[in-house]
Write a protein that binds this ligand. Structure first.
Ligand SMILES: NC(=O)c1ccc[n+]([C@@H]2O[C@H](COP(=O)([O-])OP(=O)(O)OC[C@H]3O[C@@H](n4cnc5c(N)ncnc54)[C@H](OP(=O)(O)O)[C@@H]3O)[C@@H](O)[C@H]2O)c1
Length: 347
């Protein structure tokens, strides 16, 4: 049995579900993978708590689910920064589930850099570090002989990054499109059904799917960050956020949705990477697609991806994720891969 010491940043929607999964699947982790996950260092917006023997996960989740702060726990380390805590904790894997920040990338970017520099593997649900510093982090991981995996950053539980990296051997992607944000897809469906924008957004927040700052969802930036992360699996040179032309759904009205519906079309927030004259172009925009098409058939909490390739045909991927368990499961999957020796980005 291998004991794996975990550090977790963020105990919100994803973090709490992740801890619950680790607790519930402890026997599977032990029997099938010979792993014993021990959470010894954890951070929320109030600071860091440490427990060298491992936190009791159900109690921690219960505390956070009832709006408790880590600062209220006896294990809280007042005044200790997370990066200093990492040095003390000697963990094996950092799990990063703090909020999206596409200006500075922090705290996720600073935490990822610190962990990699200290020789820890990193698993990301937070897209910011990759959206802003993908190649730097890959280099840091290689230099320190550790892995960084991030399958949860792209469409939650949909294992598309893994398919690109692992399965499209010797292939080239020639077009990549999809609906990558469940919150906006749900909001558009609700607005078409006659519900208003604000109450649709509130519902998405209530189930824990919307970003902490929902302007990232409705402004198209969450989708753009995912497009950057996916494109960097197959585009050379790598791209960054300013390469994407981004329009969100704020100006889409219920009457736009209804008029399109009468013409057999549905408005979706579509992300695309298209090759035009051998040059890639990247866009996120509300687009009217035929309702009968694959993307037109992705409704509400469904996300969908279409990949055109030279030797692997045209493939279609769809996931319904109406709460963040699949995202948490993807973080767990990556942690298991790293703990059992898998290093490939998004293997
Ligand atoms: N929700 C989803 O369906 C989903 C899907 C895919 C990816 N993601 C990504 O996963 C990440 C987490 O999402 P979420 O829905 O779990 O967010 P969330 O519910 O808002 O939780 C965020 C957590 O991060 C903590 N936090 C905030 N600022 C911090 C700081 N400076 N240092 C340490 N911790 C800090 C918060 O602390 P408090 O508890 O004290 O507020 C909270 O525990 C985001 O980056 C998001 O983009 C989410």
């Amino acid at each position: 049995m291998k004991t794996v010491r975990l550090a977790l940043v963020g105990v919100g929607n994803v973090g709490q579900r992740l801890l619950t999964l680790i607790d519930e699947r402890r026997e599977t982790l032990s029997k099938e993978y010979q792993l014993d996950f021990l959470l010894t260092c954890v951070a929320d917006s109030s600071g860091v708590a440490m427990n060298d023997s491992g936190f009791e996960l159900a109690a921690l989740v219960c505390h956070k689910a009832s709006r408790g702060r880590l600062a209220e726990l006896p294990e809280f380390c007042a005044g200790l920064s997370f990066t200093d805590a990492l040095e003390r904790a000697s963990c094996d894997i950092l799990l990063e589930t703090s909020p999206l920040d596409l200006e500075t990338g922090d705290p996720g970017l600073a935490n990822s850099r610190a962990a990699l520099q200290q020789g820890m593997h990193v698993v990301l649900a937070n897209k910011s570090p990759l959206a802003l510093a993908h190649s730097e982090l890959l280099d840091l991981a290689a230099k320190n002989d550790v892995g960084i995996l991030y399958s949860a950053t792209f469409c939650g539980g949909l294992p598309v990054l893994n398919v690109i990296r692992r399965d499209m051997v010797c292939g080239n992607i020639t077009r990549f499109r999809g609906i990558f944000n469940g919150t906006t897809n749900f909001m558009l469906a609700e607005m078409l059904a006659g519900n208003d924008y604000a109450s649709a957004l509130q519902q998405a927040q209530d189930i824990g799917a919307a970003e902490a700052d929902p302007s990232f969802d409705v402004g198209g930036w969450d989708t753009a960050a995912k497009l950057v992360i996916a494109a960097n699996q197959f585009c050379d040179p790598m791209i960054s956020l300013p390469d994407v032309d981004v329009t969100g759904i704020k100006n889409v009205s219920a009457s736009d949705l209804q008029n399109c519906r009468q013409e057999g079309k549905s408005i979706k927030l579509v992300a695309s990477a298209e090759l035009i004259d051998d040059t890639w172009g990247f866009k996120v925009e509300p687009k009217a697609v035929p309702t009968e098409s694959f993307l037109g058939s992705c409704n509400g909490w469904e996300m969908g991806v279409v990949i055109d390739s030279d030797i692997f045909g045209k493939s279609f991927y769809k996931l319904r994720e109406d709460e963040p368990i699949p995202t948490a499961a993807s973080v767990l999957r990556d942690a298991v891969h790293l703990a059992t020796g898998g290093r490939q980005a998004s293997l």
